[in-house]
Design a protein around this ligand. Structure first.
Ligand code: CP
Length: 336
């Protein structure tokens, strides 16, 4: 791992990591310091840049006619998805297959969880089958930490309740760096349902660590207490948040996590906080629009914006495969 990496550098001065995906070279792979990737707080700025550089190299594999390298041949990866997912689940599986890992998918429906088995018992039984890595998505915050404590296998948090979604923040950072050439100094405005969003938490940690100027904006009923302590600007005015922004990241209204009434109606939310072409015109002329998906069209984002020239939403999805390949590869580098 590079010993001195300047987190404020742009893409132009980032030396390409000599990532080898040849067989038998895992011993030479730089290693992440922690056994598991559960939170962006597990990573240093150096490690984040290492993951982004490695992901850039991994993108090349996806351009080959045979999109496969043997880097994780013989490694067993379990994908434990106990909550709905399209992008994360599919991109982890695609990433594992591109690295030649043996992949097993387990969902709550169809597993003994549906018969009342606890997460801990399920995981102890799976650990007895000696997997090398476990990717876990769960509706409860801290589920990944529990799995990590119970298992020798390396654990990747693929989203735990309202807590964190570290690989989403990493793929967002890769997309920003590709489009803007840097992260430090950019004005990044994150707008929407702050209270329920794990994407917000991971992105704020990462973007602040890499030197971005972060503003968060949402309705008063969906603000997250203590945000200003993380060094971000907080506002309820979408016009203020959009003004001069280089990057606008919209957060999904998490209807499935709302047990009360946080706004009068979807139409009202769109009128006050929805991203429209008119609102977007206040941003920098080369601003990019991001959204982790799935989209609520006509609620947090107008279709003209989601499908328009400023949108990098599908680039984020494409980068999800490369970032997850990088994380799997670098974590496996430490498997003894
Ligand atoms: N961004 C994201 O986590 O999407 P999925 O819920 O489809 O995985």
């Amino acid at each position: 791992m590079p010993s001195t990496v300047n987190p404020h550098r742009g893409v132009a001065d980032v030396p390409k990591t000599p990532v080898s995906v040849a067989p038998g070279l895992l011993d030479e792979v730089p290693r992440l310091r922690t056994k598991d990737l559960l939170s962006i707080a597990d990573l240093s700025a150096d490690e984040i840049l290492l993951i982004l550089d490695t992901a850039e190299a991994m993108k090349e594999v996806g351009t080959r006619s045979i999109k496969k390298v043997p880097a994780l041949r013989g490694r067993t990866v379990l994908n434990l998805f106990f909550e709905a997912s399209t992008r994360t689940r599919t991109s982890f599986e695609v990433a594992q297959k591109r690295l030649s890992a043996d992949t097993v998918n387990i969902a709550a429906n169809g597993s003994s969880v549906a018969k009342g088995e606890t997460l801990a018992d399920t995981v102890l039984n799976l650990e007895a089958m000696a997997p090398d890595m476990i990717v876990v998505r769960h509706a409860s915050a801290g589920a990944g930490h529990l799995v990590g404590r119970l298992c020798k296998a390396r654990v990747i948090n693929a989203g735990d309740g309202m807590h964190e979604h570290p690989t989403q923040a990493l793929l967002d950072a890769l997309t920003i760096r590709e489009r803007k050439g840097k992260i430090a100094g950019l004005k990044v405005s994150i707008i929407g349902d702050l209270l329920h969003s794990r994407v917000l938490r991971s992105n704020v940690l990462l973007l602040r660590l890499l030197g971005a100027d972060v503003c968060v904006c949402g309705p008063a009923t969906m603000m997250l207490p203590g945000m200003s302590r993380l060094g971000v600007r907080v506002t309820n005015s979408i016009d203020e948040a959009v003004e001069g922004a280089d990057v606008i990241m919209l957060l999904r209204i998490q209807l499935e996590r709302m047990d009360g009434y946080f706004f009068p109606s979807r139409r009202e939310y769109f009128r006050l906080f929805g991203m429209t072409p008119e609102r977007l015109s206040r941003a920098e002329t080369d601003a990019i629009i991001m959204h982790p998906g799935p989209l609520n069209r006509g609620v947090e984002i107008a279709s003209e914006v989601a499908d328009g020239p400023y949108s990098v939403i599908l680039d984020q999805v494409a980068n999800g495969v490369a970032v997850r390949m990088a994380v799997l590869y670098l974590l496996a580098g430490g498997v003894q």
